[in-house]
Design a protein around this ligand. Structure first.
Ligand SMILES: [Zn+2]
Length: 279
């Protein structure tokens, strides 16, 4: 899933190409693409795109009157619609501009969870769905993170993935942040010593900066295999910091990758799905 670095860099690319383009039509391709009833997308007809911003993992296509909050979920993409075919493959919604160009939200696969929320620009951040998000990941220093950790006791990895706790990170960044901070993904947020909290705060900024720097070199959004990192998706490979073998614990829907030497005092956690790496 695209996370903060990918979504932020893509927002910047879309601002560069779309700012100023005047909207003439918004056309959902499926019944489920538009998640809101009011305000109407047509409130933005005749208005130019101000910019494309980001909150958490949402892209915000902003007009003076309304903002389209777009969530890409796992396989969604928001791209220039070069072909503008009548039935685009995986098409979810299309924005048509007066200069003849268009943007297309696509989602490959069968999940169909990507979507568009049309909200008043003036109150976009304080209405659903954006009002449910926790503080921006890059807005938290060590003190701010400590407050959130204390308020929401849970596993560190779960906290980092929870958009209500901290917005913008996901499975991949949770793995990378814990590894950088040399913190066990299974530690409880409320029990971490202050030095470890400070390390997590620094690791969030470093991992996001590295991802963003890479993503800004690209003309399009990366796929997960291209993204820089040390542990995510690297079960069985040597840890880049200490050469110990990277381990995995797999849950339904996501995998926690970690280095025992760097993060769990050498302890290998049981995981039957990756037992082949433990032999
Ligand atoms: Zn290591």
């Amino acid at each position: 899933m695209p996370e903060l670095p990918e979504v932020q860099a893509h927002a910047e690319r879309l601002t560069a190409t779309c700012a100023g383009a005047v909207l003439t039509a918004f056309v959902p391709c499926t019944f489920t693409a538009l998640k809101t009833a009011r305000p109407l997308p047509s409130d933005a007809y005749g208005l130019p795109v101000l910019d494309v911003g980001r909150r958490g993992k949402y892209l915000l296509v902003r007009f003076e009157s309304v903002t389209f909050a777009v969530h890409l979920m796992q396989g969604g993409r928001l791209v220039e619609d070069v072909k503008q075919s009548a039935k685009p493959r995986g098409g979810q919604a299309r924005w048509v501009f007066a200069d003849g160009r268009a943007l297309l939200l696509t989602e490959q696969g069968t999940e169909r969870r990507a979507g568009v929320w049309c909200v008043p620009t003036a109150s976009a951040l304080t209405e659903p769905p954006l009002n449910r998000l926790g503080p921006e990941a890059l807005s938290l220093d060590a003190d701010g993170l400590q407050r959130q950790f204390t308020a929401m006791p849970m596993r560190v990895h779960g906290f980092l993935r929870d958009q209500h706790a901290i917005a913008g990170l996901g499975r991949r960044m949770a793995n990378e942040v814990c590894h950088r901070a040399k913190v066990s993904p299974f530690s409880n947020t409320a029990k971490l010593p202050p030095a470890a909290v400070a390390s997590v705060a620094v690791a969030i900024h470093e991992a996001c900066s590295e991802g963003l720097a890479y993503e800004r070199t690209r003309a399009d959004m990366s796929s997960s295999a291209d993204r820089p990192g040390g542990v995510h998706g690297r079960s069985g490979e040597p840890c880049p910091a200490c050469t110990d073998t990277i381990r995995a614990v797999t849950y339904s829907g996501y995998t926690v990758n970690y280095c025992p030497t760097c993060q769990t005092n050498g302890k290998v956690l049981a995981d039957n799905t990756t037992s082949r790496f433990l032999k």
